[in-house]
Ligand binder design. Sequence first.
Ligand code: ZN
Length: 320
Amino acid sequence: MTAPTWPHPVYDRYNARSLYEEDPVLAETSDTQDTGLPEALRFQSPSPLVDIGANLTHESFARDLPATLQRAREAGVETLILTGTDLAHAEKAAELASEQDGLFATAGLHPHAASEWSAALEAGMRDLQRRPEVVAVGECGLDFNRNFSTPAEQERALEAQLGLAAESGLPVFLHERDAGERLAEILHAWRDDISRAVVHCFTGERRTLHRYRDLDLHIGLTGWLCDERRGHHLRDLLSDIPLERLMVETDCPYLLPRNLPAKLKGRRHEPALLPWIVREIAHWRGNSEAEMATATTTTAQRFFDLEAQATPTRPSKEGY
Ligand SMILES: [Zn+2]
């Protein structure tokens, strides 16, 4: 099998339909590309943040990636974990991470694309996961909401990737929509073999959260809880997530928070907006924003072992 080119046609088909049914297809251009963010959206975190889920290899960032990274830095979002959702995007994410300080990558196959799993793909992932800038296996998991790949294909690709995580000792970056029970069952069988795992963009109910907590999983929260149509139930669950198991992410360019204090034409989410999400989580969980920022950053540094990865094996790099 030859390696897919980037951008990857299958992945881009998902992008065109949007990973999240309710999100409109992202506009071709965003108003941040020329003028930066509106004043009301220039947030400043009280202490450095880690965005554990940024899809910066998405085509919507192709035109203004350096400016996007600069805005993130100005907002205090100093570390970004770039999500790798298939071989081509994971290679691109690792390449970006190897070029710039503060950037790291994950390498995995998204459940939407699980039908592509093959021995050759597995070998490619294994190679990528050996690179120092690749800090987790994933994004992998189960998505029974869309079933772009069949549930059987999704489970096969997930189990294979849990095997890779067991082999390398890397943590796992998991995606789950409408599949909490099954994911918990599978993880239960693997739990002793994998080091750590985070369910990114948690959107589930209390029962699922407790199952994940019993498995000692980490939870990643996005701006989903800012969505009055489908996310407000998360506000009541926040106190059930131990602070030392909680991390934050934008999942950009998807999931622009719906309650931002100013409109953003183009609807493209970006890492510089993460402080708003942290503020919301802190408010509804009853913490201060500073406390939430410090705790989630400490947790992310431990979870992805960032200190170890940031030093000797990586050459010194330009910029960010
Ligand atoms: Zn996801």
